[in-house]
Write a protein that binds this ligand. Sequence first.
Ligand SMILES: Nc1nc2c([nH]c(=O)n2[C@H]2C[C@H](O)[C@@H](COP(=O)(O)OP(=O)(O)OP(=O)(O)O)O2)c(=O)[nH]1
Length: 139
Amino acid sequence: MTNAVVPNILLPVVAAALVDADGRVLLQQRPADKSLAGLWEFPGGKVESGETPEDALIRELEEELGIAVPHACLAPAAFASAPLGDRHLLLLLYIARKWVGVPRALEATVLKWVRPADMHALPMPPADRPLIGLLDALL
Ligand SMILES: Nc1nc2c([nH]c(=O)n2[C@H]2C[C@H](O)[C@@H](COP(=O)(O)OP(=O)(O)OP(=O)(O)O)O2)c(=O)[nH]1
């Protein structure tokens, strides 16, 4: 009997809606040399092997924005499920209202604070579209 390795079709990605005192959410623009270039996304990234979703998100927010988000400040909020190339994206969105440091675009082209209602007019990854209305209802 062979133990065939089945490739994992699911791509787990974590992302954060960082919310400021005015109810605006931080979006970042994906750089030109990456997939989905130029689209506005929630900061975050892929969950690496051996990481919990929350550990992955804390790491990504430090790498991408230079901020520290305490584990206790990450509230699970919504998810998206959508095809992405030959994989299937499972995007877990958390809300955070508190963090340490001032977000800087360390990997993205630029950052922007946006109200959920204004996100409809922005080019965002297709998987993110259903998250806009959910965020609007939650904030
Ligand atoms: N961080 C983030 N990723 C998103 C969002 N929506 C969405 O479809 N994605 C996709 C884009 C990427 O394929 C994947 C996130 O992984 P990543 O940001 O670490 O990927 P990457 O740029 O390092 O690598 P790649 O896309 O060039 O393969 O999830 C979102 O709102 N935030």
